[in-house]
Design a protein around this ligand. Structure first.
Ligand SMILES: Cc1cc2nc3c(=O)[nH]c(=O)nc-3n(C[C@H](O)[C@H](O)[C@H](O)COP(=O)(O)OP(=O)(O)OC[C@H]3O[C@@H](n4cnc5c(N)ncnc54)[C@H](O)[C@@H]3O)c2cc1C
Length: 423
């Protein structure tokens, strides 16, 4: 049992029921919260009201944000690379929760725009670092006819007797060059402003696109967007995460040297899994931040707003609803961090772990934001109060980085395969 001398109010940090954060963790969290409050939230609110075209036009707050994000050194590749796995497991969740708390769309933009640069640095190749190391980037995966089929690359959810569609973006090896033709989906985050892409697509290595399992052969490559044959579609108008610009990229005979290939035939699938496993894990940190923002707004509001002769918080049913939000938030954060421990630990990483936290946390964030709207009554529906935007932002996350039902099916397939392997 606990022996207590004194019993006062709970000590809660910004991230709730945290035990002791180290001095370094506390400092990182404080700095990022300031950045999130002073830079991300005003930029995110302003961008949310602009048309998709205006939000990427010269003079848009987006550009100031991108500069501030880079100047603040938030995704300092060298610092992150120098951390031990245990440090990463602690630091990465803290960083992305604060960014999600500030503005999830802008936080995610900060991540995806670094994908090509990250791949270049990981290669250690000075030519790639020179070409892509400071580019604004994006991650090209989905195509108009390949959404969930991309996520289900290992075809565990394929209908019996069928095979995946050919898709809309292909690469072909032509001597020492790789040539791309086709288009991406309209959902590529950061595409409208990107100078380069980490492109993942079907590839003909000389023996066609399909493999024996009904899936496809793939390639992952870095593609500069200043090459002849690249063009872009209109930026996408969408519900939620509007500060995150999205759009199509078209490829018309775009030719790159084989040197820009990050992962060929055998390595392409693991490279994709690496990106999806990190992405799903990261989504859980970001949307813990969204859930926290919605909870905090609701907590403040129910102490201010009076109905039934008292502040809303004095009504017992309101207190129960608020506590349910809190519990979901704490459970979401705990699971997100547990998955970080697993993925950076000796048994990880694995997509099963990341799917577990991504699907749970985004659903929890959506439910918390939904209840926040409800607790604010009519005000919750207006743009004057932040919960309306948080609700839309959280809604998009149920589809982003893999639709949650499809991801859950894949999670179940992993569990079943693991169980059968032990029989
Ligand atoms: C905010 C946001 C950001 C994004 N960012 C990027 C990005 O940066 N880069 C990128 O490439 N893409 C990006 N995407 C695309 C995203 O990965 C896809 O939207 C997602 O994978 C779902 O694909 P889809 O929209 O084509 O839906 P579909 O695949 O058409 O799915 C529609 C419905 O059918 C169900 N379904 C599909 N297949 C199966 C099956 N085999 N079994 C059972 N049910 C099935 C799904 O569960 C879903 O409910 C983003 C999307 C969003 C919303």
């Amino acid at each position: 049992m606990f022996i207590l001398d004194d019993y006062g109010l709970p000590k809660l940090g910004a991230t709730g029921l945290d035990g002791a954060l180290s001095e370094e963790q506390g400092a990182v969290q404080d700095n990022l919260r300031r950045f999130a409050r002073e830079v991300m939230r005003p930029a995110g609110r302003a961008l949310d009201t602009l048309s998709a075209a205006d939000s990427i036009a010269p003079g848009s707050p987006l550009w100031g944000y991108i500069t501030a994000f880079r100047d603040a050194g938030i995704l300092d590749m060298e610092a992150l690379a120098g951390m031990s796995p245990a440090q990463k497991a602690q630091m990465v969740p803290l960083i992305f929760e604060e960014l999600g708390w500030g503005d999830c769309g802008l936080g995610l933009l900060g991540l995806v725009q670094a994908f090509p640069a990250f791949a270049a640095y990981m290669s250690g190749d000075s030519e790639l670092i020179e070409r892509f190391g400071s580019s604004i980037g994006c991650w090209v995966g989905t195509q108009p006819e390949r959404g969930s089929d991309l996520v289900d690359m290992d075809t565990t959810e394929l209908h019996p007797g069928s095979r995946q569609g050919a898709g809309n973006l292909t690469a072909k090896i032509e001597g020492e060059r790789v040539v791309f033709n086709g288009q991406t989906s309209a959902w590529v985050s950061g595409a409208p402003i990107a100078q380069a892409g980490y492109v993942f697509c079907q590839c003909d290595y000389g023996d066609g696109f399909w493999n024996a399992k009904g899936g496809m052969n793939y390639i992952a490559a870095l593609v500069p967007f200043d090459l002849p044959g690249i063009s872009k579609g209109q930026p996408l108008e969408k519900l939620g995460q509007r500060p995150l610009p999205q759009g199509q990229v078209f490829f018309d005979g775009v030719s790159i040297p084989q040197k820009y290939v990050v992962a060929g035939r055998e390595q392409a699938y693991p490279a994709f899994l690496g990106a999806l496993t990190f992405g799903n894990m990261e989504m859980a940190f970001t949307f813990t931040g969204v859930a926290r923002a919605a909870f905090e707004h609701a907590l403040a509001y129910v102490h201010e707003r009076r109905q039934g002769g008292c502040a809303l918080i004095e009504h017992q049913s309101v207190r129960l609803r608020l506590f349910d939000m809190w519990r979901k938030l704490e459970a979401a954060r705990a699971l997100a961090r547990r998955v970080a421990d697993y993925n950076f630990g000796p048994h990880g990483p694995h997509l099963l772990a990341s799917i577990t936290s991504k699907t749970y946390v985004t659903q929890a964030a959506f439910e918390v934001a939904d209840e926040a709207v409800q607790l604010l009554g009519g005000n919750g529906l207006t743009r004057e109060y932040p919960v309306e935007k948080l609700f839309r932002d959280a809604r998009a996350a149920l589809i982003e980085d893999g639709e949650n039902n499809l991801l859950s099916l894949k999670g179940a397939s992993y569990l079943s395969a693991w169980f059968k392997a032990g029989q």
